[in-house]
Design a protein around this ligand. Structure first.
Ligand SMILES: Nc1ncnc2c1ncn2[C@@H]1O[C@H](COP(=O)(O)OP(=O)(O)OP(=O)(O)O)[C@@H](O)[C@H]1O
Ligand SMILES: [Mg+2]
Length: 338
């Protein structure tokens, strides 16, 4: 049923595209977007919407070109944004992909709740929390948690390379940041500043210490005037590098820390769940869990996957239904990481 109707829209779109029937093409595209939303293909809908918006912007550029000279300017700005926004993504991640404590999960759910009930909150003139900061050691899920939020909120996300914004054209950082915020708001996207501490680099790059102050002030203002629907996510593993006034602006500050024994077991479980591989006995598992203490989720997962591959090389094709991992190989890999 889904496939049937989708095929119909695709045929229409192809035909109108080839016949240069712009209006009908847009109409069919909009129908397909609505249809995709209804049939729970949200990411496809978001991506089509974004293509449509970009297409329309191009059209406007052409129209401007007829009138006068602004075409070049607009194109230039787009090129610049392409440089600053490394990726514009949709995400399929959900809460189930993130291993974390119940407190963290609870906080994340409260954050998304504010946006699914935004009308209710606005009805009572309550402010919406729209700025969230993830901090903690490397490999503990800051970037992943941001993708989870994008997936749960069913929004597109601008992943901004703040390092590039800061270093590429020093002196233009403030201006570039303003452009990013404006674009995100107009496209109803989430802004994600990964490695938010790059701002601190301004101290090293710039002889002019005023530059950093100016940029921090710009961000403070952008934060304060952020439209309620625009969500801002930032991640850092160096929270001390971030200006105190900036830190205060985040309504949610979430620490993603190294896993304890229970969480170590969970990251092992979710990694194994999608595979036919198993750990032979409880004793081996307990030993592994103990050894993993002090390591990040990322390292635990990485050593596990490497151990699976090397066990496979050992056993070759002689696998039956379930396949046991050689935990000795895994232990050695873990010890090397310490
Ligand atoms: N809490 C977690 N739950 C599930 N998987 C995780 C978790 N943390 C890390 N991982 C795994 O490790 C990978 C890398 O994690 P991620 O990029 O989110 O770390 P990070 O905290 O952003 O690290 P960095 O500070 O180095 O950027 C993830 O893609 C995922 O496969
Ligand atoms: Mg990261």
């Amino acid at each position: 049923m889904v496939v049937m109707s989708q095929t119909k829209y695709l045929k229409d779109i192809a035909r109108y595209g080839l016949e240069n029937e712009q209006e009908k093409l847009i109409e069919s595209l909009n129908e397909l977007i609505e249809f995709s939303k209804k049939s729970r293909r949200v990411n496809l809908a978001l991506q089509l919407q974004s293509i449509l918006k970009e297409g329309l912007r191009e059209t406007n550029v052409h129209q401007l070109n007829v009138v006068g000279s602004k075409k070049y300017l607009l194109k230039e700005e787009d090129r610049l944004l392409d440089e600053l926004i490394i990726e514009k993504i949709t995400s399929d991640y959900t809460f189930s992909n993130l291993v974390c404590t119940n407190e963290v999960l609870n906080e994340l759910q409260l954050f998304t709740k504010e946006h699914s009930t935004i009308e209710l909150l606005q009805k009572y003139s309550l402010p919406i929390s729209n700025k969230i900061l993830f901090y903690g050691p490397s490999g503990c899920g800051k970037t992943l948690a941001s993708y989870v939020l994008a997936g749960e909120l069913e929004r597109m996300m601008f992943v901004v390379n703040l390092g590039a914004v800061v270093s590429s054209k020093l002196g233009e950082t403030s201006k570039n940041l303003m452009k990013i915020f404006k674009r995100a708001a107009s496209e109803d996207c989430i802004i994600f500043f990964d490695e938010f501490d790059s701002l601190g680099k301004l101290r090293d790059y710039s002889q002019d210490h005023g530059e950093m102050k100016r940029v921090v002030n710009t961000i403070l203002q952008l934060f304060d005037y952020l439209p309620q629907r625009t969500i801002l996510i930032a991640a850092t593993n160096q929270i001390d590098m971030i200006d105190k006034a900036l830190l205060r602006r985040f309504e949610f500050k979430i620490s993603l820390d190294l896993p304890d024994e229970i969480l170590i077991k969970q990251i092992i479980d979710i990694t194994l769940k999608k595979t036919p591989f198993k750990i032979k006995n409880k004793k081996d598992l307990s030993k592994i869990i103990e050894l993993c203490s002090g390591l990040s989720y990322f390292i635990i997962q990485k050593t596990l996957i490497t151990a699976i591959k090397r066990s496979l090389f050992e056993f070759g094709d002689r696998i039956t239904q379930s396949f046991f991992i050689d935990t000795k190989i895994w232990e050695d890999l873990i010890i090397k990481e310490k």
